[in-house]
Design a protein around this ligand. Structure first.
Ligand code: SF4
Length: 306
């Protein structure tokens, strides 16, 4: 594992490159401090099938704080408002041990970017104890090349988003016009590092890359643009996960254009294109209107090789 690139002093862990000294109490955009903050952790059975696995579930750690500020964020109490508890190094390592002892198939780190130094310290300790699970890096895709290089030997599976395809939407939805260009570079680097999704004999993922595409209201064309870009640039080997669960949360209920679920017609347009692109492996959430997320299942898209 390489730790040197990932310091809290002069933090540049994400593309914002705040340069603040978090170890000395300074706070950058994400307001992450020096002690890791976690909102919730435990086995999760609602991830893509090779991550949730059979009985153990995905050992998910929902970190507090986030490097983006999406106006529709469903996790805003902890991503934007900082809900959660701080963990000193011993307690944080114990959390990983607990998920391993519970039989989880992997350690699924949700929005880990501000906490990479602490994660690497904890995983180094566990490795010394002979405790190992596949590490899932579950991210918005807003990543810096230096951080991706620093976690190359730590991470086994990348689970990354690709949401917008134009600057206007990215600025309106997440406050970063450059999101699409950064997220596309991110997945190219992830693909270079880990390549296609690899499954064990039990169907559980051991290594690889999964790209999530959340269909946004009024922006199905951007999902289609990203699907075509993935197919043309990486090819059919990249695992895709098309998500229909957009919910107008956080600030979105008050913002025109973002204050509704996606329509059946928008979903069908994306599904039609997925069916023509022949990705080798992938999933598409069923269309469920305004059903709660936990009731939305994954199905295999037409043309999927699995
Ligand atoms: S991780 Fe947080 S403090 Fe560090 S550069 Fe990104 S937003 Fe700034």
């Amino acid at each position: 594992m390489r730790n040197a690139e990932c310091g809290l002093q002069s933090c540049e862990l994400c593309p914002r490159r705040c340069g603040v000294d978090r170890a000395a109490g300074q706070l950058g955009f994400c307001r992450a401090g020096s002690e890791v903050e976690v909102f919730r952790y435990g086995p999760h059975h609602g991830e893509e099938p090779p991550l949730s696995g059979t009985t153990g579930g995905s050992g998910t750690i929902f970190f507090s704080r986030c490097t983006l500020c999406c106006l529709y964020c469903q996790n805003y109490p902890w991503s934007q408002q900082g809900d959660g508890a701080t963990y000193a190094a011993d307690a944080f390592a114990a959390l990983f041990r607990e998920l391993h002892a519970a039989g989880c198939h992997n350690w699924n780190l949700v929005s880990p970017t501000p906490w990479i130094p602490q994660v690497q310290q904890a995983l180094t300790r566990l490795q010394a104890e002979g405790i190992r699970l596949p590490v899932v890096y579950n991210t918005s895709g807003f990543e810096s090349p230096a951080t991706l290089a620093a976690v190359e030997d730590t991470v086994d599976i990348y689970l990354t988003d690709l949401r917008y395809a134009c600057e206007t939407s990215a600025e309106a939805g997440s406050g970063r016009a450059d999101y699409a260009s950064i997220a596309r570079d991110t997945i190219l680097e992830m693909w270079r590092q880990k390549g296609p999704l690899q499954l064990g004999t039990d169907g559980v993922a051991t290594r690889g890359t999964i790209c999530r595409l959340l269909i946004l209201p009024g922006r199905a064309d951007e999902t289609i643009d990203n699907l075509r870009w993935l197919s043309d640039t990486i090819g059919p080997g990249v695992a895709i996960s098309v998500m229909s669960q957009y919910t107008p949360a956080f600030r979105a209920p008050a913002v025109a254009g973002w204050n509704r679920h996606i329509s059946r017609a928008e979903y069908d347009r994306v599904a039609d294109v997925v069916g023509t692109l022949d990705f080798d492996i992938g999933w598409m959430q069923e269309y469920a209107g305004d059903a709660p997320d936990e009731l939305i299942g994954f199905t295999m898209p037409p043309g999927s090789g699995i």
